[in-house]
Design a protein around this ligand. Structure first.
Ligand code: NAP
Ligand code: ZN
Length: 357
């Protein structure tokens, strides 16, 4: 390590060195905190399926993997230091970090607070670079993060923070399209895929007042779906149940992480219904034009949310007592958590306890 690299905040985390490699302890140096930076000592970091896609290099064309990779963008912890120009936070506050940690700050999307659509490309929390496009970013499977206060979230929670961490990605990724498409009372909404995103989608859509149904490949999740706030459950592998649900939904939020048939799900929409894709299967999925034209339907997409809307989502979740249902693990169980998540055997988010790292 050169002299320049040793300047900064020495920390430790867990990195993978390749698509098949196991996670191992990894010592590295974060930047020296600047006047606008805060240092977060991480308590918990959620495991998003996007971590798995990236760690295994399943999106090689759009988000190729750079190793060593320290994943993690569902971060919550306590502030251990603040720069002298910091105004939003104080030492001891609870703060969160989501999927990006900086952006150009001057383009129209950045000025509008939708920094995830920064025209220059925002600085992703890991498997990316700082805005200098050189310095690699390392994520939240680690002890500390150094971030400009502008890109950190205020968390007004005092109790157990494990269920708050997943709000930073799973929460905002579901809240943003549900709000954008005006989901609320009188709307019949389906959430496709009951995993990390899906279970947040059910809770948030129900809190918004919608009538929620889960579309799932796992009949064993029906009871949970109902206790999360759904009034209906469709086993999509049951042809009769699927046929009975045809043409019944105003809106579908599609959180599915693996290859499936979009056309089949579009068939469940009413006239002028909307399906928003947030799940990102690694392979392209064919779309039949008839699936859209018969019924004047809309197929749309959405990625995470900007800092102001993420803050709004955190406040909404606090007001409605919404947190994630989590299984807390120690860092030596990351591979097991990845395997179970890929098998749709997560109830409903793995969260790594980083406190003793
Ligand atoms: P997850 O916890 O693994 O949940 C995905 C769920 O999809 C599974 O639990 C399963 O639910 C369902 N599923 C899996 N295979 C399926 C198949 N072959 N056919 C139909 N359904 C299937 O994953 P997650 O963390 O919620 O993430 C979901 C996806 O969203 C990932 O692709 C991730 O990369 C992406 N993502 C996107 C954004 C964004 O901003 N757009 C942000 C975060 C994550 P059932 O058991 O109920 O069938
Ligand atoms: Zn995520």
């Amino acid at each position: 390590m050169s002299a320049a690299e040793t300047q900064g905040l020495a920390t430790r985390g867990f990195a993978t060195q390749g698509p098949e490699a196991k996670f191992e302890a990894f010592n590295f140096v974060r930047r020296e905190p600047g006047p606008h930076d805060i240092v977060i000592e991480i308590d918990y970091c959620g495991i998003c399926h996007s971590d798995i896609h990236q760690a295994k290099n399943e999106w090689p064309d759009v988000m190729p993997a750079a190793y060593p990779m320290v994943p993690g963008h569902e971060i919550v912890g306590r502030i251990s230091a603040v720069g002298n120009e910091v105004t939003k936070f104080a030492v001891g506050d609870v703060a969160g970090i989501g999927c990006f940690v900086d952006s150009c700050r001057v383009c129209d999307p950045c000025k509008a607070g939708i920094e995830q659509y920064c025209v220059k490309g925002s600085a992703m929390t890991y498997n990316g670079t700082e805005m200098d496009r050189v310095t690699p970013t390392y994520g939240g499977y680690s002890k500390h993060y150094v971030i400009d206060e502008k890109y950190a979230l205020k968390v007004n929670a005092t109790g157990d923070l494990s269920g708050v961490a997943p709000l930073m990605c799973a929460g905002i990724t579901t809240y943003s399209p549900l709000k954008h498409w005006k989901v609320g009372p009188g709307k019949k909404v389906a959430i496709a895929g009951l995993g990390g995103l899906g279970h947040m989608g059910v809770k948030i859509a129900a809190a918004m007042g919608a009538d929620v149904t889960v579309l799932s490949t796992s009949p064993s999740k029906e009871k949970d779906a109902r206790s999360l706030g759904a009034t209906g459950f469709v086993n999509v592998r049951d042809a009769e149940a699927l046929a009975a649900a045809a043409g019944t939904f105003d809106f579908i939020l599609n959180t599915i992480a693996a290859k499936h048939d979009y056309n089949q799900y579009l068939g469940l929409l009413k006239l002028e219904g909307v399906m928003v894709i947030v799940g990102v299967p690694s392979e392209p999925i064919p779309l039949n034009a008839f699936s859209l034209i018969w019924g004047n339907k809309v197929l749309a997409g959405s990625v995470i949310g900007g800092i102001p809307e993420t803050q709004e989502m955190l406040d909404f979740c606090a007001d409605h007592n919404v947190v994630s249902d989590v299984e807390v693990i120690t860092p030596d169980r990351i591979e097991e958590a990845y395997d179970r998540t890929v098998k749709a055997d997560v109830r409903y988010r793995f969260v790594i306890d980083m406190k003793n790292v």
